[in-house]
Design a protein around this ligand. Structure first.
Ligand SMILES: *[C@@H]1O[C@H](CO)[C@@H](O)[C@H](O)[C@H]1NC(C)=O
Ligand SMILES: *[C@@H]1O[C@H](CO)[C@@H](O)[C@H](O)[C@H]1NC(C)=O
Length: 354
């Protein structure tokens, strides 16, 4: 689980780093002597953003048509997967939605006799497979989910899982066009899930994660709007899933990045684009501590961020204690290399406060 958690949260909050970096970038432009040159470059950038806006408009106009298409399954798969699943942990909380049985009625026009696998079990299987992070499995989960959507139209439990699979697929890719396709399909599915079930914590969670992931592909103004939207969906998700440690970590990352915006970055962003959200390091720390409390494993990245909040608050001695804890967590995956680097750099810097 730590692997999944880390990646989700990392991408979910990544956009805020981008906002911060972009604000800084702009300020540096005006600070430097080469002002005319920089202004020319700004003009080029504005032009570029304008063309992105134009493209977005075009996309929006095409959206309705594409949205329909994106829900059509590509193939009609076999149904061998409808075998019983050896006691996988029930993944879904809202059991009302799930008391649907297979085999009552027709199946592609064919009468089924005794299919006893519930949708609940099928979803447990899909959840297990989609958490394994294997591209082939994710693709087959998607096909299954799309297929199930035909059997059970208007089921939010299916739709947010489609969003999740699209996210997991884009996470595995470097191909920008593919990533954008997955983002769009994932967000369409989650949007539809939320229309059907506005109280679904999972639908809000995956909507937030997908919004976070699209930040690299939208112009700055929209990115700031997205940051507000991200917060809104994480808050909504937490209302229904108050014990989800990933959500607390995401909110911590959000608050940490926003709290780190300098006043002049906020000014530049507000003037040129839109008002960024507000948050403090205290709030960020609260969320990370809540994550510590709820997480069922030692989460290295979360401990690093507790330490970073402590550094931001000038509590270096405590920061070092948390860095030590982060360092003591076992190595999970390659994501941890990046985290280790930061832990070690901070330890080197604040070691004297022990
Ligand atoms: C969250 O955890 C607390 C304490 O373990 C528990 O009492 C509560 O029912 C949980 N809430 C949900 C929505 O699962
Ligand atoms: C952030 O805080 C400032 C100052 O307290 C306030 O003027 C601004 O409206 C706030 N912005 C948001 C998005 O809440």
């Amino acid at each position: 689980m730590p692997i999944t958690n880390n990646l989700n949260a990392f991408l979910g909050a990544a956009m805020l780093g981008v906002i911060s970096a972009a604000g800084m970038f702009l300020v540096e432009h005006y600070r430097q002597e080469r002002r005319r040159y920089e202004m020319a470059k700004d003009m080029a950038r504005m032009d570029k953003e304008l063309s992105i806006v134009k493209k977005d408009l075009q996309d929006l106009m095409n959206k309705k048509r594409e949205r329909l298409l994106s829900f059509l399954p590509f193939v009609l798969p076999h149904r061998q997967y409808l075998t019983t699943n050896g006691g996988a942990a029930p993944p879904v909380r809202n059991s009302n939605v799930l008391h649907l049985k297979w085999g009552e009625g027709t199946f592609w026009g064919q009468k089924k006799k005794t299919q006893t696998v519930s949708l609940y079990q099928v979803l447990a299987d899909i959840d297990r497979k989609s958490n394994e992070e294997v591209v082939e499995e994710l693709n087959s989960c998607l096909v299954k989910l799309q297929d199930l959507c035909l059997e059970h139209p208007g089921n939010a439990e299916l739709l947010w899982r489609i969003g999740k699979c699209h996210y997991k697929l884009l996470e595995k890719s470097e191909d920008k066009e593919f990533i954008q396709q997955q983002l769009k399909k994932g967000l369409d599915a989650c949007t539809k899930a939320l229309e059907l079930a506005p109280d679904s914590g999972d639908a809000h969670k995956w909507t937030a994660i997908l919004i976070g992931a699209r930040s690299d592909y939208v112009p700055m103004k929209e990115r700031i709007a997205d940051s507000h939207l991200f917060k809104l969906h994480v808050d909504m998700a937490l209302r229904h899933l108050p014990n989800d440690s990933t959500l607390h970590h995401m909110l911590g990352r959000f608050s940490y990045e926003v709290a780190g915006l300098k006043w002049y970055e906020r000014k530049v962003a507000s003037t040129l684009f839109a008002t960024p959200p507000n948050a403090t390091f205290e709030e960020a720390l609260e969320h990370f501590m809540e994550c510590e409390k709820l997480s069922n494993h030692d989460w290295k990245e979360n401990k690093l961020f507790v330490a970073k909040c402590k550094v931001a608050q000038g509590e270096y001695k405590e920061a070092v204690t948390w860095l030590d804890e982060a360092k003591a967590c076992k190595q999970g995956d390659c994501m941890d290399d990046k985290i280790d680097k930061e832990v070690n750099a901070l330890l080197a810097k604040y070691n004297s406060y022990r």
